[in-house]
Design a protein. Sequence first.
Length: 332
Amino acid sequence: MSYNVAIMGATGAVGTEFLRLLDERKFPLKSLKLLASARSAGKEIEFQGKTLIVEELCEASFEGVDIVLASASGTLSKKFNPIAVAAGAVVVDNSSAYRMDPEVPLVVPEVNPEAIKDHKGIIANPNCSTIIMNVPVWPLHAANPIKRIVVSTYQAASGAGIAAMNELAAGAQAYLNGEDFTPEVLPHPAAFNVFNHNSPVGPNGYNEEEMKMVNETRKIFNAPDIQVTATCVRVPVMRAHSESINIQFTNPITEQEVRDLLADAPGIQIVDDRENSYFPMPLDADSEDDILVGRIRQDISQPDGCGIDLFVSGDQIRKGAALNAVQIAELL
Ligand code: A2P
């Protein structure tokens, strides 16, 4: 069996990774359609020895398409996903538009693959920071239910697309040359700086990225009572996010138990060399499928033995976005 696949947003950071993954993972393709804006229409992209021509996304784009991998924008997903579903396709949607819709499964294949079967044409791919936290935290929660998570993120430019990655590089160059630089994609200079995640701050003082980590984790874990508080910031890293994760479990848990649970879990690599101070780093996670997990230690501020600290790095474009979506398509 092979499938007619379309990529919505094929020229973007995540779209480009979709192409790489479909090839690497030998996805059973009957055909592949590349969709982007009018700006990219006619652009040639090499794929598996063939030249594919990028087409402008329009209402007729989905005729005969079985699976759409969508990563253009929430607005475009809202407009085009229903059209694709009406044409008979299943959409794996990387935008935030449908994630909290109770009719739409929100899936991390390592956590809740069974949720896929309830789909009505759209399956949502979670937020990148949520995926990178959920993959290592889920096997721990399954063994010893989590009461509360305190997470701080260190997020790469890639989460804001190719334009933000280019802006980080250009800003770094300008800084080193002692030149003025005015950012246009991100709200503040990214190079040699750290700032609040570039999503709107709501009335409760949390930015949207932080609230995604809270609400999406509850939905994916099917754990409406789990308490999560997040602080999300951008750091001058190109494409892998890191996160400091503090967890309070229901029952006491040891560092060794955590290591044993993570050693057997899918999608994870333990990087935890205290002697050489070698732990997860975004440069090591760059372009990797696995989430790197380290700094595994008992939280000394929780004397009942119920607390654990972790530090993780995961490729935002790959497992945080494109790989997770392609894994969902494989499950389909
Ligand atoms: P294009 O390259 O033609 O602008 P990123 O997240 O890296 O910025 O990528 C966004 C993706 O969404 C790109 O493939 C981009 O195509 C696509 N896109 C942006 N606006 C539109 C639009 N109006 N119609 C179709 N695709 C769009």
